[in-house]
Structure formats: structure tokens, C-alpha cells
Design a protein around this ligand. Structure first.
Ligand SMILES: *Cc1c(COP(=O)(O)O)cnc(C)c1O
Length: 340
């Protein structure tokens, strides 16, 4: 490896790599797109992405396996989700082939920056779709940019599999009942900055969002999905039209059932029934699996397994998922895509 970075201590921050992919949509169609060394986008001051939030993004990772090869985890699912988000915001879809090929091209061009196997690091890939051009009225753009860039990252929550505590957001929602909660758009994140800041100032990792209609059921854990493990070995995760459908979560639902022999359920998770869970966690591409030590709700900290140690089922789910992602455990059909 030519590049020398402090692979074990990467953190989660922007790092400008040599190459990114950029494609333009104009006159009703996408161009071929190309790799470029230019890391700066030049767009009209009246671009709808800037004023009216007509933009969407994705997040996935490239993993270095033991034999030195590189693989992606379910990139077709990210392509599909970006298509759903694009439909919701009246943006043109990026075809799955174009999306996956762009991700592969960016990883290939920056392959020296994919952290070595065993360091825990990965190459985080950020696809971005924005509405651009000279529009000032509230209507969709005629022109769009699809770009994919990447950077090496370590784990998102410091401490990895060490549990952390979360606090239920009393005063803020991240999304409306039938708003854009299920779309991966920047607006949801802008809305989450203030509650997230308050939670951190109070000593918590992040906020737990309840369902915006009744404020009685768990929806999201910061920018990750929630799961709980019951004493009778069920994997339970919330179901709602305002939750971002996490690819990690759907992968865990499947692995819990097929590999761990658990019953996997998507359904309501009432905030006043936390006693049914013996373990709980947050999941997502960036968060991977982060055990939840406790949840602060109405001046009481509800502790699940332990505030300091990860529970055994969460640990097994983590080993299975991460084993598949790094190529140590056999993947279900179609889950890993090799970079050639
Ligand atoms: C991206 C995201 C997730 C995690 O989804 P993955 O596909 O597992 O990475 C969870 N919640 C929110 C709000 C997100 O934006």
C-alpha cells in the first residue's frame, strides 16, 4: 500500500481523495458521467437544492477483505432507495447500473484509500443528487447533478461496541407523519441538528425520536434505526411511514431469522413498554450496530442489558453482519459486490 494513514484512528470526517464521479442531467437525460479530480461543484446561485431542499443523498461502504480484495455491501439497495427518494422530491432517478458503476469506479480510482483489513476502517461512499440551474419559483429543477465521492472512515460512535445512552426528544420531531421521513434528504438532518446538539450537551449520544403523530412509539435513534431484543428471543424494530428504511436494519431482520433462529418482527415499539427488551441497539451503515445502554425518558434512565457491556445477542448480530461485510462470513446471495 502506497498511502499511509493512521488507519486505526480514522474517525468520521471529510478527507479529500484524488477522484470523484460527476454526471449531469440536462434536456431530460443523464450524460455518461466521468471521474474528475475537481472536488468543487460550481452551481447557479438559484439552484433549488440550495433554496428548497431539492436534494438527496446515500451512504454505503467499501470493505477490504482478508485476501486484500474490496467489496461493497448491497449497493443495489442504496440505488433503489435513492430512486424512491428521487420520486418523492420529483427528481430524475439514477438507474441502478449507473449508480453501482459510479460507486465501483470511485472505489477503484481511490483504492489505496480503502483501509487495510483488520483496522476496522472502511471507505465511506457518499452519493449525492441535487437539483441545480436557474429556478427561483417553487418548482422542480430542469437540471441535476449526481456525484459520488468517498473517504476513509473509522467507527462513527467512538467506542465501537461500547453501549451509550440516548434521550427521548420531548420538544422536537425529525419528520412529519407523511412528510419526508422515509426519504434520505438533507432537510430531515437540518431539523435534527438542534435536538442532537441539546442531547449531546446533556451528556447523551443522541436523541430518540418518537412517532410524530402520537409521540408514543420509538421511530429513530439519531440518524440510525432502532432494534430491541426480547427475553423470548425476538428481534423487534419499529414500522412507520416516517422512518428511514435502513438497509442495515432489513439485513439484520433477515440475519436474525435465518442465522440466529430468532423471530424477527417489524411493529410498534411503545416508549412506555421498554421493559419487554433485554437488549437494544441502533443500526445503520455509519453506526453499524451501536448498543444502547439506556434511554432517558421522563426523568428516568431505562437501562437495557448494561450501561457498560454489549449484550450477547447484539454481539452475535454484529459478528454476523460485520463478518459478511468484511468477507469472513458467507454472505446471502447477492449481498456483496466485488470491485474488480
Ligand atoms: C441513512 C439513515 C439510516 C441508516 O440506513 P442504512 O441504509 O442502514 O445506512 C437510518 N436513519 C436515517 C435517518 C438515515 O438517514
Amino acid at each position: 500500500m502506497v498511502v499511509e494513514l493512521d488507519w486505526e484512528n480514522l474517525g468520521f470526517s471529510y478527507h479529500k481523495l484524488p477522484y470523484r464521479y460527476v454526471s449531469h442531467f440536462k434536456d431530460g437525460k443523464w450524460d455518461e458521467g466521468e471521474l474528475t479530480e475537481n472536488a468543487t461543484l460550481t452551481i447557479s446561485e438559484s439552484s433549488p437544492a440550495l433554496h428548497y431542499g431539492q436534494q438527496a443523498f446515500e451512504g454505503l461502504k467499501a470493505y477490504r477483505t482478508k485476501d486484500g480484495s474490496i467489496q461493497l455491501f448491497r449497493p443495489d439497495k442504496n440505488a433503489e432507495r435513492l430512486q424512491n427518494t428521487a420520486d418523492r422530491l420529483l427528481m430524475p432517478q439514477v438507474p441502478t447500473d449507473k449508480f453501482v458503476e459510479a460507486c465501483k469506479a470511485v472505489v477503484r480510482a481511490n483504492h489505496e484509500y480503502v483501509p487495510p483489513y483488520g483496522t476496522g476502517g472502511t471507505l465511506y461512499i457518499r452519493p449525492l443528487l441535487i437539483g441545480v440551474g436557474n429556478v427561483i419559483g417553487v418548482h422542480p429543477a430542469d437540471e441535476y447533478i449526481f456525484t459520488v465521492f468517498a473517504m476513509p472512515v473509522g467507527s462513527y460512535f467512538k467506542g465501537g461496541l461500547t453501549p451509550t445512552n440516548f434521550i427521548v426528544s420531548k420538544d422536537f420531531d425529525r419528520a412529519a407523519p407523511y412528510g419526508t421521513g422515509a426519504a434520505k434528504v438533507g432537510g430531515n438532518y437540518a431539523a435534527s441538528l438542534l435536538p442532537g446538539k441539546k442531547a449531546k450537551a446533556a451528556g447523551f449520544s443522541d436523541v430518540i425520536y418518537l412517532d410524530p403523530a402520537t409521540h408514543s412509539k420509538i421511530e429513530e435513534v439519531g440518524a440510525a434505526n432502532f432494534f430491541g431484543i426480547t427475553a423470548d428471543n425476538k428481534f423487534v424494530t419499529p414500522l412507520s411511514p416516517s422512518i428511514l428504511p435502513s438497509i442495515t436494519k432489513y439485513s439484520l431482520l433477515e440475519l436474525a431469522e435465518t442465522r440466529l433462529g430468532m423471530k424477527a418482527i417489524e411493529g410498534d415499539v411503545p416508549i412506555d413498554q421498554l421493559d419487554r427488551f433485554v437488549e437494544a441497539g441502533a443500526c445503520g451503515t455509519a453506526a453499524v450496530i451501536s448498543p444502547i445502554g439506556g434511554i432517558q425518558y421522563q426523568d428516568k434512565l431505562h437501562v437495557f442489558y448494561s450501561e457498560t457491556e454489549v449484550g450477547p445477542v447484539t454481539r452475535r448480530l454484529y459478528d454476523e453482519l460485520v463478518g459478511i461485510q468484511f468477507g469472513d462470513v458467507e454472505a446471502p446471495e447477492g449481498w456483496v459486490v466485488k470491485i474488480d
